[in-house]
Write a protein that binds this ligand. Structure first.
Ligand code: 5GP
Length: 235
C-alpha cells in the first residue's frame, strides 16, 4: 500500500491519496468527538474497532446489492476505498425516536415509527448541520430530484438490511447516519457505518451500545464498542 499526500483530515478519520487516481486510503484514528467537536478524547483501539465494523457492514450491504466505496482493508485501521466526490449531506434513517428528533419534535424517547423516517442534514459544522429539505438541496445544486429519490431509496434499503442483521444479534437499530458520493454516473455509499454513526439499543433493556455512551457519559465507551464488535464478528 502506498499512502500518498494528505487529502483531508476529519474528526475521526484521515484521507490520503493512493498510488491510483481513483482510489483513496482512509485511516481510522482513535479520536472520538461529540457536540460538533466540543467534547474530544482519544480511546486506544477505537479506530480499529470502527474500521472493522464499517468494513463488515459495507460487505454485508454489498452482498445485498448496495454499492459502497469499500475496496479492502489494508491493515486493521486502514481502508482502501473508491474515490468519491462526496455530497455534503447526512442521510439519517430513524426506526425509533431518540436524539435530535425528540429534542425538536413532540415524540417520546423510544417511540417506534411504523414507517422509518428519513431526514437529511446539510453537513456543515459551522452551521451545526441544519436539517435540509429537497427543494433546498436542489436549489443548492447538490442533487437532482431523481438523485434525491435514489439516495433515499438506498438509505431505506440499507435500513432494512442493517435492522434485520442487528435484530439477529440482539440489538435494536434505533437510527443511523450515512453519506453518499458520486463516482462517475453512480452514487455510492461512502464514509463509514459504525457505533459512531448509529444508535444501537440492547433489545429489551434499551441500553445504549453506541456513541451515546460517550456523549452522555453512560459507561465505558471501549467496553461497549468491543461488545458490539464481538457480537457482529460472531456472525
Ligand atoms: P441525531 O440527529 O439524533 O443527533 O442523530 C441521528 C443519528 O445520526 C445518530 O445515530 C447519530 O449518531 C448520527 N449522526 C448525526 N449526525 C452525525 C455526525 O455528524 N457524525 C456522525 N458520526 N453521526 C451522526
Amino acid at each position: 500500500m502506498t499512502k500518498g499526500a494528505l487529502l483531508y483530515s476529519g474528526k475521526a478519520k484521515t484521507v490520503y491519496l493512493s498510488e491510483k487516481p481513483d482510489e483513496l486510503i482512509v485511516s481510522f484514528r482513535d479520536d472520538i468527538t461529540a457536540f460538533d467537536g466540543g467534547k474530544k478524547d482519544q480511546l486506544s483501539g477505537k479506530g480499529a474497532s470502527n474500521a472493522k465494523v464499517s468494513a463488515f457492514l459495507f460487505q454485508l450491504l454489498e452482498e445485498a446489492g448496495i454499492k459502497t466505496h469499500l475496496i479492502r482493508m489494508e491493515d486493521p485501521t486502514t481502508m482502501r476505498v473508491r474515490r468519491l466526490t462526496m455530497v455534503p449531506l447526512e442521510v439519517i434513517v430513524r426506526n425509533r425516536a431518540a436524539g435530535s428528533i425528540v429534542r425538536n419534535y413532540p415524540f417520546t424517547e423510544g417511540q417506534v415509527f411504523d414507517t422509518p423516517i428519513v431526514v437529511t442534514d446539510y453537513k456543515d459544522d459551522t452551521r451545526h448541520d441544519p436539517m435540509i429539505n429537497d427543494d433546498i438541496i436542489i436549489a443548492l445544486g447538490l442533487l437532482t430530484r431523481n438523485e434525491i429519490a435514489i439516495i433515499k431509496e438506498a438509505a431505506l434499503k440499507i435500513n432494512s438490511v442493517l435492522k434485520a442483521f442487528f435484530e439477529n444479534i440482539g440489538l435494536d437499530l434505533v437510527d443511523f447516519k450515512v453519506e453518499f458520493g458520486r463516482c462517475g454516473d453512480d452514487i455510492l455509499l461512502g464514509d463509514e457505518i459504525s457505533m459512531d454513526s448509529m444508535r444501537l439499543w440492547e433489545r429489551g433493556t434499551m441500553k445504549s451500545m453506541d456513541k451515546d455512551v460517550y456523549r452522555f457519559g453512560k459507561g465505558d465507551v471501549m467496553e461497549t464498542y468491543t461488545a458490539v464488535l464481538n457480537r457482529i464478528c460472531k456472525e
